[in-house]
Design a protein around this ligand. Structure first.
Ligand SMILES: Cc1cc2nc3c(=O)[nH]c(=O)nc-3n(C[C@H](O)[C@H](O)[C@H](O)COP(=O)(O)OP(=O)(O)OC[C@H]3O[C@@H](n4cnc5c(N)ncnc54)[C@H](O)[C@@H]3O)c2cc1C
Length: 405
């Protein structure tokens, strides 16, 4: 027998749950079913590399919603249900146990999974960080004064390095670019981030990549670099990016290209199919650029637009956000808004050693396209509003200067 849900959401994390709640807020009265491959209630991934690793927060404290919250909103969350196929003609989704569920509207919110080093699958001594189980395993592994090698100095790698260092581990980070995050933020800001790591005793091996990870024969690991250096350690953590979870869409005919390809209304190229969160790619009209964003705020905001567009098919809203991400490392708050690129002109407009705050603007074609901040949350959020309003450099600087007096 084929089950039916008015709105069927695949993926029970932040994008899926916020879409369901958005529908209810917009007075949608039909059935909402969320299929989640994992066994857990929805939880907050950003807390995994922060509170869970550093403060040892218990797993319950990172849960996003309780069963009572979901019941109250009449959201039918089915855990342990993995979608394995989509038939856009019949408007059905097949699960791995061959159950088939029909939908009126489908939301793809299957997120992303860590990119793996081909020679280093997760296993004893080798960690990736995406799930609450990954976080608990890693927390236990870095609890003692162990030697940790982190592969990759992106957000996850940097947060793990900070958390492990705060727990007395000796930490080495290996990064192929010249500085942490310099691939996106350029060398000037990257250098500043390198200083932040080094000031906390974390060793950076920059411009190096990992060519192998071996057992050292004594219960530890040996991380071999491209120049032949071998690093002995107890724990390896790999943070080299993520790839969207789209395998289950193979054969569906849906356009997939590093994400589910949508239009500016977050509609995929089949009737009544939408995508939100880390898995969605769409042309952002504000930046005239095709984007796929792996950040929490995007998942929340895109879910809101998808809910609107499901309930208002005749008056859809384009999704035109200024991308935003935050990261907490060593007690310092990092924030990025907009679309900074390493080759942009970088203008430092605030650099205050008193509170270790800094703001850098990213300029391209005479306009401001992004900003980076250290310990400057209200200024960065104000800049986000300015970018959304397409403010000129002059307008931005006038508004910015007035916050300094
Ligand atoms: C450790 C960590 C720290 C982070 N820190 C920050 C931060 O500080 N700031 C920030 O902005 N962002 C941060 N992020 C990113 C942020 O958490 C993600 O952008 C956000 O979780 C994306 O939400 P999502 O719902 O799109 O996808 P996900 O959270 O990936 O959820 C997708 C869900 O779909 C399920 N699923 C996948 N395939 C199937 C299938 N075939 N059938 C059924 N279910 C399926 C998965 O089990 C998963 O629960 C962090 C991420 C991680 C991992």
């Amino acid at each position: 027998m084929t089950d039916h849900s008015d709105v069927l959401i695949i993926g029970g994390s932040i994008a899926g749950v916020r879409t369901a709640e958005g529908l209810r807020r917009l007075s949608f009265d039909g059935g909402i079913t969320i299929l989640e491959a994992g066994q857990d209630l929805p939880y907050d991934r950003p807390a995994l590399s922060k509170q869970v690793l550093t403060a040892g927060a218990d797993v319950e404290s990172v849960m996003l919603r309780s069963p009572a919250d979901l019941d109250k909103a009449r959201i039918d969350l089915r855990r342990g249900c993995r979608a394995s196929g989509l038939d856009v003609g019949a408007r059905t989704v097949r699960l791995t146990d061959d159950t088939v569920i029909a939908y009126s509207d489908l939301v793809i919110a299957t997120g992303a999974a860590p990119r793996e080093l081909p020679f280093a699958p997760a296993g004893p001594g080798v960690h990736y960080l995406r799930t609450v189980q990954d976080a608990v395993r890693l927390r236990d592994a870095v609890g003692a004064p162990v030697r940790v090698v982190v592969v990759g100095a992106g957000f996850i790698g940097s947060e793990v390095a900070a958390a492990a260092a705060s727990r007395a581990a000796s930490v080495t980070v290996v990064e192929p670019f010249a500085f942490p995050l310099s691939r996106v933020l350029g060398d000037l800001v990257g250098k500043r981030l390198a200083r932040l790591h080094e000031s906390k005793g974390v060793q950076l091996l920059l411009g190096r990549s990992v060519s192998g990870i071996e057992d050292d024969g004594a219960g530890g690991k040996r991380v071999v670099l491209d120049d032949g250096t071998a690093l002995s350690c107890d724990v390896v953590v790999v943070g080299i990016g993520a790839t969207p979870n789209t395998d289950w869409l193979a054969g569906s005919g849906l356009h997939v290209a590093d994400g589910v390809v949508c239009d500016e209304y977050c509609r995929a190229d089949a009737p009544n199919v939408f995508a939100a969160g880390d898995v969605a790619r769409w042309p952002n009209p504000l930046f005239t650029e095709s984007m796929r964003i792996e950040h929490w705020t995007n998942a929340v905001e895109q879910a809101g637009i998808v809910a609107w567009n499901i309930t208002h098919p005749d008056a859809p809203r384009a999704y035109a956000p200024v991308p935003y991400v935050w990261s907490d490392q060593y007690g310092t708050r990092l924030q990025i808004v907009g679309r900074p690129r390493a080759d942009d002109e970088v203008r430092i407009v605030l650099d205050d050693p008193a509170d270790d705050s800094m703001v850098a603007l990213y300029l391209r074609d005479q306009g401001v396209v992004g900003a980076f901040g250290l310990n400057a949350p209200s200024r960065i959020l104000a800049l986000r509003r300015s970018l959304a309003a397409r403010a000129s450099l002059e307008e931005i600087m006038t508004a910015f200067d007035s916050t300094l007096v």
